[in-house]
Design a protein around this ligand. Structure first.
Ligand code: NUP
Length: 239
């Protein structure tokens, strides 16, 4: 993972607690999305893959199915990113973000299209990292996101977010956003099941891949995570 070492500063911003634990060199560039509804199943994957990724991502299926306590439990195995795509008025946003950090989240994913005041409320309430969704990975995102994406990225940068989320299915957009956000982190979901290529996303400027079903729905999630890491390493060698 030598080729990623120049981004150690960015890694530090995203994983401050790992840095405190002295684990900063374990930069796998992989965030595993635990999109299960059953908490025990998610924990089982987390226990077995904690050495193969930098963080776990939880979304509504898991917290609605298992309760917010699952975030506290997962946080015992690694850093947890709450992908709540927060998109409400400032007051409500603040409460959501506070709750995520109360439960041990290391970061929260929020939407930016609700405007500056809503994003500012998230940033003020944060006790960790805030990531702004700029361009989603699925085909339907073609309808509304492209016209707003660059402005969303600029807002994330000027308001002081830790990073942005751009679909791995849109590598050219990742490159464009990299120019706009400079040193901010770019998280790229949509690898594997949604068709995004890990190497393409990383070569176009993504810092971390977010991978869910390719790992969690595999017959052997540990082997699947190792396969993704191999692809990440291959991309790292050609950077
Ligand atoms: O644009 C986005 N695309 C996306 O897939 C923004 C996201 N946050 N995600 C999330 O990444 C999605 O909700 C899921 O948790 C994960 C991708 O999962 P998979 O397609 O690898 O299973």
């Amino acid at each position: 993972m030598q080729s990623f070492s120049h981004r150690a500063d960015a890694h530090e911003a995203f994983f401050p607690r790992r840095l405190l634990r002295g684990n900063v060199k374990r930069a796998h560039r992989l965030v595993i999305a635990l999109d299960q509804r059953n908490g025990e199943e998610a924990l089982s994957v987390a226990r077995r893959t904690s050495d193969l990724c930098d963080a776990f991502k939880v979304n509504y299926p898991l917290v609605l199915g298992a309760g917010m306590g699952i975030v506290d439990r997962l946080a015992e195995h690694g850093d947890v990113l709450c992908d709540f795509k927060v998109a409400d008025i400032p007051h409500t946003n603040r409460l959501i973000v506070e709750t995520a950090f109360d439960h041990g989240a290391a970061g929260v994913v929020v939407h930016g299209f609700t405007g500056e005041d809503s994003l500012e409320a998230c940033l003020q309430a944060a006790r960790g990292d805030i990531f702004v969704v700029v361009l989603m990975s699925h085909p339907g995102a073609d309808r509304f996101f492209p016209s707003a994406a660059e402005e969303l990225a600029t807002m994330a940068k000027t308001k002081g977010a830790s990073g942005i989320v751009v679909g791995a299915t849109r590598p050219e957009a990742i490159a464009t956003m990299r120019v706009i956000v400079g040193d901010l982190l770019i998280l790229a979901p949509g690898v594997g099941t949604q068709g995004g290529d890990p190497g393409e996303a990383l070569r176009h400027g993504a810092d971390f891949l977010i991978v869910g079903r390719t790992i969690t729905a595999a017959p052997d999630p540990v082997q699947a995570a190792k396969d993704v890491l191999r692809a990440i390493n291959r991309a790292g060698e050609s950077l």
